[in-house]
Ligand binder design. Structure first.
Ligand SMILES: [Zn+2]
Length: 386
């Protein structure tokens, strides 16, 4: 049992000062601030004059980040080597930048790769591998017109074979990105009823088609602004629907390459922080010095922090979550409290995970210490310093 004390503390929703929390067996068991205590503590008078018997932090303590879109890291890509070893490599590459939970993301691929990825996720879940909270299938039921780097010959209609993989009950949280013009509201309704979280993306759908999908239970939009029907005067498209509809949590890639900073700010203004979820869409390059990555019969090349295929199509990012948070605060000018909310509690709520994304009593003790320069100083996973 350990007490952790912080002068600056973010609980998943609010910034606080002079706060401490107790961790036992990897779980937060008690919290106390100068505003009062919850679950008892060292000082029942709620005094400002905190004694800290165990660990005192000078930086800002925040829950660890949850990234719902991680294609790769540490030099490896889930699509290219779907295995538990890959998942571990990806996670440790991202963990150093503050990600303590992730949805490994498989982009459009053939059925056997989908099955292999699902097997790897299921094995990671059964072995309680840290950081893997489920899986994000980004495709294959997308729009060819908005496929980005997804292979066009694998973009396809949904069949029982894919449904069988997607609705497995041993994968943890399953997020499925679909183009609503290619997956009917009835299928979306059925998926949602089986616990699948449905996001809309890589789509050219018109507004009414999008609305029907949201009415059917879709709750997410994947990388808002990228690879989707645009916002026009009499045709709001997927972008307009995502900005306007409070039922939607929108993933946003704040690497300042995928989305213009004005549009990023617009998303925070239209939806407020509770409707925006920071994601990386990271490729193998994060946590690696990889410059070039074989991709299908082509290559993804890194120039600076930009990844493209030879025709100039953006091919995921080199972004890490700490950089996404830093860009949002320092370049977009979003208040720190809002930015951290979008990197912690918003994705956790979106995925229905109650024990992460905050540091209240009962939370998994996954937390970070961030310094004044907005760099990671320390990462704790299940109460243990990494
Ligand atoms: Zn994508």
């Amino acid at each position: 049992m350990t007490w952790f004390c912080a002068k600056q503390f973010f609980d998943g929703t609010n910034l606080k000062t002079n706060y401490r929390f107790q961790v036992k067996d990897g779980v937060v068991t008690s919290t106390e601030s100068d505003q009062g205590s919850n679950g008892g503590g060292l000082n029942d008078q709620g005094s400002n004059d905190f004694l800290c018997p165990d660990v005192q932090f000078n930086g800002l303590v925040t829950p660890g980040f949850l990234d719902a879109q991680v294609n790769g890291g540490g030099g490896v890509l889930l699509n290219q080597a779907p295995s538990v070893v890959t998942l571990k490599t990806m996670f440790s590459a991202h963990q150093q930048f503050g990600t303590t939970s992730m949805l490994p993301t498989l982009i459009t691929d053939n059925l056997s790769v989908m099955q292999n990825a699902a097997d790897a996720i299921a094995q990671a879940k059964s072995e309680n591998i840290e950081g893997v909270v489920g899986v994000h299938f980004e495709g294959p039921h997308l729009s060819v017109a908005k496929r980005g780097i997804h292979p066009s010959d694998q973009v396809r209609a949904i069949t029982d074979a894919e449904l069988k993989v997607i609705t497995r009950n041993d994968l943890g949280k399953v997020l499925l990105t679909v183009a609503p013009e290619n997956v009917s509201p009835d299928v979306i309704k059925d998926l949602v009823s089986q616990g699948v979280i449905v996001a809309l993306g890589h789509s050219n759908a018109d507004f009414n088609t999008v609305l029907a999908a949201i009415d059917a239970g879709a709750t997410g939009v994947t990388h808002l602004f990228n690879a989707m029907s645009g916002l026009q005067a009499r045709a709001p498209g997927l972008i307009g629907a995502a900005l306007d509809d409070e039922r939607i949590t929108a993933g946003l890639i704040v690497d300042l390459l995928h989305v213009h900073e004005t549009n990023c700010r617009l998303a925070f203004k239209a939806k407020s922080a509770k409707g925006v979820m920071l994601v990386t869409d990271a490729m193998a390059h994060v946590g690696s010095d990889l410059m070039s990555l074989p991709w299908l019969d082509s290559t993804i090349t890194r120039v600076g922090d930009k990844l493209t295929t030879p025709d100039g199509t953006l091919a995921g990012s080199c972004l890490d979550m700490m950089a996404a948070v830093r860009n949002s605060q320092q370049v977009l000018g979003i208040p720190l409290e809002d930015v951290l909310h979008s990197a912690t509690q918003v994705p956790a709520k979106f995925l229905g995970l109650n024990d992460i994304g905050h540091l209240n009593v009962g939370a998994k003790a996954d937390f970070l210490v961030i310094n004044d320069n907005m760099q990671i100083e320390q990462v704790y996973q299940s109460g243990r310093l990494i």
